[in-house]
Write a protein that binds this ligand. Structure first.
Ligand code: NAI
Ligand code: 3PY
Length: 383
């Protein structure tokens, strides 16, 4: 029998029981559930990743809906037995969710797209700059009291202006990142995706025309026929695909070998998109090659040797960590499960979630981004 697990309860007499495996930022998500006849139980365990037994104990013998954690057959069948109807990820990526198992158990699955697009892209841009200009190394140098005056060769890094920025996975976040690097640093884009990113292409064309009309060098875009074309040509490459079997170890030893020796590689998608053991070896052999990583293959751990690499900037999966975004993710996750309880229809476009995020407005009577037990959770829109 699983040991009891610490929780805080909101609206104890609520008709519907909603369980959250984490405390989430903000209070609107709590109010929305409590004000709609939900008893909300929030896990207050201090450990970060709950075990399956922990979550089974949380679900108990009656649970209407659930928010965020690793989910497969054991948990979805337990949620079904407890009368559950919905699960929502407090994340847009849902590789931690066995959607087929949810379908088999008739559990609707939600995620939180759109609200984290710019926040995540800004972190990827931050990692691009931090790696290109060796910010962390220089910071540590200063703090160690090693600076004793300006030197021509001190922490020389990479110029971005006029260089090539590569994006693999030009969806919501990849497109937002591309625009930041193009608008902000006049970089030229080369991207690879399974789908054409028409809106992004039109933006870059128009921006290039604007620059030319003002006597400046226009920026350009190119849709690569292969991923290798991006890796060969780009000076900065940022990874923004979903994690699935087609993108697992997408960056492998062979693809690392064809990248420029002084390239910058950024990953704010999922750790397993990169073969991290191969990356450590590549970083050791190529000191001018630099990486900026927000995610890791074996989170929360780094592969041996990565922590020692001066040409790596590493942060702990914080790409969506802005106040507005995290509170918005909590709101969307709560409204996904609340919408299922109320029998609301699915919102037409999960890319346009602003109507759900207005603090003092009543949210639309819809599920922001959830599919009934039979439909896929995520869609790819031409953004
Ligand atoms: N580090 C963090 O905190 C965060 C990480 N993420 C990750 O970023 C991912 C992308 O998020 P969004 O941009 O909102 O999703 P999205 O669905 O808008 O974009 C993903 C893109 O990847 C492309 N893609 C899929 N398979 C591919 C392949 N084999 N080769 C090339 N492109 C491929 C798709 O066509 C799509 O355009 C999420 O799935 C999640 O894993 C998202 C938010 C925060
Ligand atoms: O949204 C996601 O996919 C994350 O990784 C957390 O923001």
């Amino acid at each position: 029998m699983a040991k009891p697990i610490s929780i805080e309860v909101w609206n104890p007499s609520g008709k519907y029981r909603v369980v959250s495996t984490k405390s989430m930022p903000g209070t609107r998500w709590i109010r929305l559930l409590a004000d709609n006849d939900c008893r909300l139980e929030i896990c207050t365990e201090t450990k970060t990743i709950l075990s399956v037994d922990d979550i089974l104990a949380l679900i108990g013998d009656r649970c209407d809906v659930q928010l965020t954690e690793e989910w497969g057959e054991v948990l979805f069948s337990a949620l079904k037995r407890a009368g559950g109807t919905a699960f929502s990820n407090m994340a847009v990526g849902y590789n931690n969710v066995d959607v087929e198992a949810a379908n088999r158990n008739g559990i609707a699955v939600g995620n939180t797209p759109g609200v984290l697009t710019e926040t995540t892209a800004e972190l990827a841009a931050s990692l691009s700059l931090a790696a290109a200009r060796r910010i962390v190394e220089a910071d540590q140098f200063m703090r160690a009291g090693l600076y004793d005056g300006w030197l021509p060769h001190l922490f020389v890094g990479n110029l971005l202006k006029g260089q090539s920025v590569g994006v693999i996975g030009a969806g919501r976040i990849g497109s937002a990142y591309a625009r930041m690097m193009i608008e902000g640093f006049k970089m030229n884009l080369i991207y690879y995706d399974l789908y054409q990113s028409t809106r992004l292409e039109k933006f870059v064309t128009a921006y290039g025309q604007f620059l030319k009309a003002n006597g400046e060098q226009p920026v350009t875009w190119k849709r690569a026929a292969t991923m290798e074309d991006v890796l060969r040509e780009a000076d900065v490459i940022s990874l923004h695909p979903v994690l699935d079997k087609t993108t697992y170890h997408l960056i492998n030893p062979e693809r690392l070998a064809i990248m420029k020796k002084e390239a910058v590689l950024v990953n704010a998608s999922r750790g397993p998109v990169i073969d991290e053991v191969a990356l450590v070896e590549h970083l050791k052999a190529n000191p001018m090659f630099r990486v900026g990583l927000d995610v890791f293959e074996d989170e929360p751990y780094m592969k041996p040797g990565l922590a020692d690499m001066k040409n790596a900037v590493v942060v702990p999966h914080i790409a969506s960590a802005s106040k507005w975004t995290r509170e918005g993710m909590a709101t969307l996750a709560a409204l996904n499960v609340l919408g299922k309880i109320k029998g609301y229809p699915v919102w037409g476009n999960p890319n346009l979630v602003e109507p759900f995020l207005k603090e003092d407005a009543t949210p639309p009577a819809a599920c922001p981004s959830i599919r009934s037990g039979q439909q896929a959770v995520s869609q790819t829109f031409d953004i």
